[in-house]
Design a protein around this ligand. Structure first.
Ligand code: M6R
Length: 607
């Protein structure tokens, strides 16, 4: 989604703004822009459709001590220069992330007052409204505070005004943080944009309005009362967001999975027992009380939740339901205060997941747990308990290491719940923990299959459709494989529980429809083999990822890649890796923009 960078410092901030935008490119965008105050304190604006590099070319040689910058992911109005941010009203410029839901009503009012709109965006109402309020409240900070009281929806904004040595920012429902530097102060929608100038970050809360000056910042609540927020020292390393020797972030992140898993599982490293406290101080009590589990998430995170359902019901023996957050938040579901609500999110800022957790809480469900990759994110702060996956920054839009580390966190959750509910023997606890500890090494072995998978990718280059099959807790892995393929190669892909094939999708199978199957050596293998026969008998081309001991024979039209031996309950963590690699290599063959697939954003902070 959109990205914001703002800077006011004793240096030329134009390169800082552009470098910040470069770091935010991964969020997904279609146009970029910046506004700054020139030496004579007047406002200047540059905008371009396409890459930040084009904006940088326009900005060459420009200098300023104060400015705001933006990458836009279109919601209201097509991607175009006139819709790109910043938006201006006389000498005032605004950048905005989110959606002002009541913009039409405010626009009508402002049009009546004589304001002329030059874009199709909701953002332009912010600029004109603040400008209008400045006429009766000649203080930028107060005018922004009064304007935010009018907005319904989610936003993070940054505003500059001709002749003023300050930037005013505000947030509600979209991420925004301040960077406290030695030569000035900054703001951004993501810490990675500011690591170039500071590690000291202040995370704004919903409703906060902040004034950034060169030597100080101040924050107030919507009623104008002052508030202090803690300064965090960011532990993100600048290297973590560098590409290094890899061709794409997605490739880098796939290969980082052994380390990401090792980091995530560090707290059970030397231990023979699982401590529920790794989920928070109150976890023991809440886990013992939970009568059922409800998992809320979107996209890839939803798929990790689906795997966890199999684990929780099998090991803990309590019901577990998994819901797409955007559906749950508007559904009159049956609420249960004794249910543990688990929100899964890489970014911790996904608008639908955040809203779904809030909705659950409004309905009296207060036993909430966030499984998340970003420590200070909105979803983490919304939940009573938290487990932080330690995947490191995930830049590629296609989620990979976030998924496998979520699975690691969910496996720990399953064990902790089972233990608190008296369902886990000492021996089983040790066995499961040992398997988890060996997971990074097991994933490393699967990564070694890359050359074989790369060779398969050529077979998919001219295909328009693909089917993915799986059974049991590998059915969600098939779903994740299909999502990866469609997301970055634009090949239409569908996943089916293999037993469903004969109830409809078998009609699609012919030589042009590759069928990719996950075939672990588990209790459903024989059933799966019969399903694969159904495909083969119709002339379908099968691409099977089998365990070494699965005994699925290669034959005409049946291609096999063998993983190491079966890995029990944790097998889904291994089986997703070749599917990630397959989609990556198919995208390479097709020449798509792997890290920034069309139409998609990394962090979906709007509904
Ligand atoms: O940050 P989140 O995990 O909440 O994001 C949820 C989805 O938007 C995300 O997983 C999306 O489906 C990925 N791009 C898939 O690769």
């Amino acid at each position: 989604m959109c990205g914001i960078v703002a800077a006011l410092a004793k240096r030329n901030v134009v390169p800082v703004l552009l470098e910040g935008l470069n770091k935010l490119e991964y969020r997904g965008y279609d146009s970029a822009g910046l506004a700054y105050l020139t030496e004579d304190n007047s406002l200047a604006r540059l905008r371009s459709v396409g890459r930040v590099a084009e904006l940088a070319a326009q900005a060459a040689g420009k200098g300023a001590a104060q400015g705001i910058a933006h990458t836009r992911w279109a919601t209201h109005g097509v991607p175009s220069e006139r819709n790109a941010h910043p938006h201006i009203s006389a000498g005032l410029a605004v950048v905005h992330n989110g959606i002002i839901e009541n913009y039409a009503e405010i626009k009508q009012e402002l049009t009546g007052l004589g304001y002329v709109f030059t874009s199709d965006t909701d953002t332009e109402v912010i600029a004109h409204l603040v400008h209008h309020l400045l006429q009766s409240t000649p203080d930028l900070f107060e005018a922004v505070r009064k304007a935010t009281a009018r907005f319904i929806g989610a936003y993070a904004i940054a505003v500059i005004h001709e002749g003023e040595q300050r930037i005013v920012v505000a947030r509600h429902g979209a991420p925004l943080l301040l960077g406290i530097g030695t030569d000035g102060n900054y703001a951004a929608s993501d810490a990675s944009a500011l690591l170039q100038v500071t590690r000291k970050m202040v995370y704004l809360e919903d409703g906060d309005i902040a004034e950034i000056r060169q030597d100080q910042v101040r924050i107030v609540r919507p009623d104008g009362s002052a508030v202090t927020r803690p300064v965090h020292e960011s532990s993100l390393s600048a290297d973590a967001v560098e590409l290094g020797n890899f061709r794409h972030y997605m490739q880098k992140e796939i290969f980082e999975q052994p380390q990401a898993l090792a980091n995530t599982l560090e707290m059970v490293g030397g231990s023979q027992t699982i401590q529920p406290q790794i989920f928070g101080a109150d976890a023991s009590a809440l886990f013992a009380r939970a009568k059922s589990v409800l998992i809320l998430a979107c996209g890839t995170s939803f798929h990790s939740g689906l795997v966890a359902r199999y684990w929780i019901e099998q090991l803990v023996g309590i019901p577990c339901s998994v819901e797409v957050a955007s559906e749950y938040r508007y559904r009159m579901s049956v609420h249960d205060p004794e249910q543990l609500v688990v929100a899964i999110s890489q970014s911790g800022e996904t608008a639908d997941t955040l809203a779904a957790v809030r909705y659950a809480k409004e309905r009296g469900q207060h036993m909430t747990l966030a499984i998340c990759n970003v420590a200070e994110s909105a979803i983490v702060r919304e939940c009573a308990l938290r487990f932080l996956t330690r995947a490191g920054p995930e830049i590629g839009v296609a989620s990979t290491k976030a998924f496998t580390t979520q699975l690691a966190g969910l496996a720990l959750l399953t064990l902790a719940l089972a233990k608190q509910q008296g369902k886990l023997s000492v021996q089983d606890e040790q066995n499961h923990l040992n398997a988890l500890r060996h997971l990074p090494v097991a994933v490393q072995k699967v990564l070694a299959l890359e050359p074989e998978i790369e060779a398969w990718a050529q077979h998919f280059a001219n295909k328009h459709h693909a089917l993915f099959l799986g059974r049991g807790h590998h059915y969600p892995i098939a779903m994740e494989g299909a999502l990866k393929l469609k997301e970055i190669s634009y090949i239409h892909a569908e996943a089916y529980a293999a037993g469903e094939l004969k109830h409809g999708p078998l009609a699609l199978v012919d030589r042009d429809m590759p069928v990719i199957s996950v075939a672990p050596n588990d209790m459903l293998l024989e059933k799966l083999k019969s399903n694969l026969q159904e495909v083969k008998a119709r002339g379908g081309q099968l691409y099977v990822f089998a365990d070494g001991d699965s005994e699925v024979p290669e034959s005409e039209g049946v291609h096999i890649i063998r993983l190491p031996e079966h890995y029990g309950l944790l097998s889904p963590v291994l089986h997703v890796v070749p599917l990630q690699l397959l989609s990556y290599h198919v995208a390479l063959v097709k020449g798509t923009d792997v890290d920034k697939p069309r139409n998609l954003a990394k962090s979906v902070t709007v509904e």
